[in-house]
Design a protein around this ligand. Sequence first.
Ligand code: 5RP
Length: 217
Amino acid sequence: MVDLDDEKRRAASAAADLVRPGMRVGLGTGSTVAFLLEAIAARRVSATFVATSPGTQRAAQALGIDVDPFSDLARLDLAIDGADQVDPSGWLLKGGGGALTREKIVAASAERFVVIVDSSKMVASLTGPVPLELMAFGLHATLRRLGATVLRDAAPSPDGGVLADHFTRLDEPMVVSRRLADVAGVVAHGLFAPTMVTEVIVARADHVQHLSPQGEP
Ligand code: 5RP
């Protein structure tokens, strides 16, 4: 039987080794990132950290990791986050935990965005739904334009956004990504392009794999 928690722990531990003293580091959200926080806390590296969710901020602080607000920093050296699905070309589907907007901002602000996953996240092709964060203003008009979208039974995002899931085929993620980004009222969607991703660290039963969607630097 595959021990997914063990895989998450090993992927997280490999990523924690990338954190160097003095770096500005973005911390993602989710159960894999929970292992990352433990690994970073154990290494006691003196770096500046920002969090993609209040949950990550609380968990980091509980482990003794200082978290700064992400308001004054213009860029990050490194961001590390999990993903719900990773396809062979490096497209990610994220947002299962509802933190997609802040996760996308943090990933886009980082010189290196490293994704940590267990082997179950590697898929032959992405399958929806695509998580969305929507503006509360004009919500029903936005839903009508989107079609095939179900509101989540979840609290609003920390930025007041409404969380939803959009049902669509994902044979061409770029086409869907552009279509969703073009809908007024969509704050962010959970498709992350391979161009954002520096490295995917996948832990498997017997080894840890390092994949570079953009090819070797
Ligand atoms: C949260 C996310 C998470 O990174 C994604 O859901 C993976 O979570 P986990 O590590 O718990 O499987 O995108 O919005």
